[in-house]
Design a protein around this ligand. Structure first.
Ligand code: SF4
Length: 390
C-alpha cells in the first residue's frame, strides 16, 4: 500500500457516489440473486439471499440459494412447504434460527404480500436493521443506509474511525448514512458490498486500484489494515457433553435414533442424536446411561459464543435398550439421513458414532482401523444419571 502523505479532501457525497457507481457499472459481481443491469430485482430472491448471507459467505450460500429457488421459486411456494422440508434443505448452512424465521416470514408474505418499506420489513420475523435496509434498498430502491461487515470496514477506513468496534457501530452507521444517495440506492448498496468483498478486503486492501482511494483517510495515512479498530477478543468458553449414537437393524437396513430439539434456543427445531447437557462443568456433562457403549471420535464444533467438545458414545440398540427408550425420539433409516434437518455438529456426531460401530452410510466410510480401535475401548457404564429428553 502506498502512503502519499496527502490527506484526502473531506468526502463530498455526490463525488464519492459517482466514483463508486462508475466502478460498479463495470465491475459488479454476477450473483444468482442479483438483477442484471436495468432489470427489476425480485424481492423474494433479494430477501432469501440476505437471510442466507447473514453470518455466511457468498460462496457457501450460492448452492443453498440455487436449491431453494429451484425448489420454491416464490415466497408462496416456500410457505406451502412443510417446515421440516425447509429445515432439512437449510441443514449445513448454520444459524438455524434463520431457517425458522425464513419459514415464518414466507408464511406472513404469502398471507399479506411482501412489505416494501424498511420499517415494515423490520417487523418480519428474523429481519433486523441491516437486513431490512438491504432489502428495502436493493429490492425497492429505498435510500436506506445498508451497513454489513463489508460496508462497516470500508466506512471505518474511509473516515479512519479510531473508536474500536463494536462501540463504533453507531458512529459508522451515521457516517455511512451521510454517503447514501437518493438516486440508485440499491446499486449503491451493492457497490459498497462489492467494494468491501473484492477491493477493500480485511487483510489486504487493494488501495492502488480502489475507485474511491482519493476519498480515503486510512489509505492516505498508509495504514488501511489498522481499520476498523477492534476491541481485544475474549476467549470463547468451552462446553462439554455427550452424544449417543444408537443403531438398530431392521433387516439389512440400519436405523438411527433421532429426536427433535426444542423449538427455542440453539439449533431449535433441528434434529439431533440424543445428547447430554452441554455444560462448562465437565463432571456435569460426563454421564452416560447403562449399557455397552463404544467411544467414537470426540466432536469439536465452534458456535458463536462457545466451543463444544462432545464425546460420542455409540451402541447397537440391543446393548442399550432401556436407555434408548428413555431418550425418546424415532428411528430414521440411515440411508435416508439427508432428508432430515441434521445440523453440522450432529452430522459430525453421527459420522463418528457410525464409524465406531463399523456402520456405513452415504458420505461416511468407516475405517476398519477406527472401528477396531473403538471396540477395544468398549465400556460398560453403570447408570450415573439418566438423560431426560431435551
Ligand atoms: Fe479501502 Fe484502500 Fe479503498 Fe480506502 S483506498 S476504501 S482502505 S481499498
Amino acid at each position: 500500500m502506498q502512503n502519499n502523505h496527502i490527506p484526502p479532501a473531506p468526502i463530498a457525497p455526490a463525488d464519492f457516489q459517482r466514483a463508486l457507481l462508475h466502478w460498479y457499472d463495470g465491475a459488479r459481481r454476477d450473483l444468482p440473486w442479483r438483477a442484471g443491469p436495468g432489470e427489476k430485482p425480485d424481492p423474494y430472491k433479494v430477501w432469501l439471499s440476505e437471510i442466507m448471507l447473514q453470518q455466511t459467505t457468498v460462496k457457501a450460500v450460492i448452492p443453498y440459494f440455487e436449491t431453494f429457488v429451484t425448489r420454491w421459486p416464490t415466497a408462496e411456494a416456500l410457505a406451502a412447504a412443510s417446515r421440516d422440508e425447509v429445515l432439512a434443505a437449510w441443514a449445513g448452512l448454520g444459524y438455524y434460527s434463520r431457517a425458522r424465521n425464513l419459514y415464518a416470514c414466507a408464511q406472513a408474505a404469502a398471507r399479506r404480500g411482501f412489505p416494501s418499506s424498511e420499517a415494515a420489513l423490520r417487523a418480519l420475523p428474523g429481519v433486523g436493521a441491516y437486513t431490512a435496509a438491504a432489502i428495502a434498498a436493493i429490492a425497492f430502491d429505498e435510500p436506506a443506509a445498508v451497513v454489513d461487515g463489508n460496508v462497516e470496514r470500508v466506512v471505518a477506513r474511509l473516515f479512519a474511525v479510531g473508536e474500536p468496534l463494536p462501540a463504533a457501530k453507531p458512529a459508522i452507521r451515521k457516517l455511512a448514512a451521510t454517503l447514501t444517495p437518493k438516486d440508485r440506492p440499491g446499486d449503491y448498496a451493492q457497490a459498497m458490498m462489492d467494494l468491501g468483498a473484492t477491493i477493500c478486503t480485511p487483510r489486504s486492501p487493494s488501495c492502488l486500484v480502489c475507485p474511491v482511494r482519493r476519498f480515503c483517510v486510512a489509505a492516505a495515512e498508509g495504514d488501511a489494515r489498522r481499520f476498523p479498530v477492534k476491541a481485544p477478543k475474549t476467549a470463547k468458553p468451552v462446553r462439554r457433553g455427550d452424544a449417543f449414537v444408537i443403531v438398530r437393524r431392521e433387516g439389512s437396513d440400519p436405523h438411527i435414533l433421532l429426536r427433535r430439539r426444542k423449538d427455542k434456543g440453539l439449533l431449535g427445531g433441528m434434529m439431533e442424536v440424543p445428547c447430554s447437557e452441554w455444560a462448562a462443568d465437565a463432571h456435569k456433562a460426563a454421564s452416560a446411561p447403562d449399557g455397552t457403549w463404544r467411544y467414537g471420535r470426540t466432536v469439536q464444533h465452534t458456535f458463536t459464543h462457545f466451543h463444544l467438545e462432545m464425546r460420542v458414545l455409540a451402541a447397537h440398540h440391543d446393548a442399550v435398550r432401556p436407555a434408548a427408550e428413555a431418550f425418546g425420539g424415532d428411528w430414521a433409516a440411515i440411508a435416508n439421513l439427508s432428508a432430515f434437518a441434521l445440523p453440522a455438529v450432529m452430522k459430525k456426531a453421527v459420522a463418528s458414532g457410525l464409524e465406531a460401530l463399523g456402520v456405513e452410510h452415504p458420505g461416511v466410510r468407516p475405517s476398519p482401523k477406527a472401528a477396531q480401535k473403538s471396540s477395544d475401548v468398549d465400556i460398560i457404564r453403570k447408570r450415573i444419571s439418566r438423560m431426560p429428553p431435551r
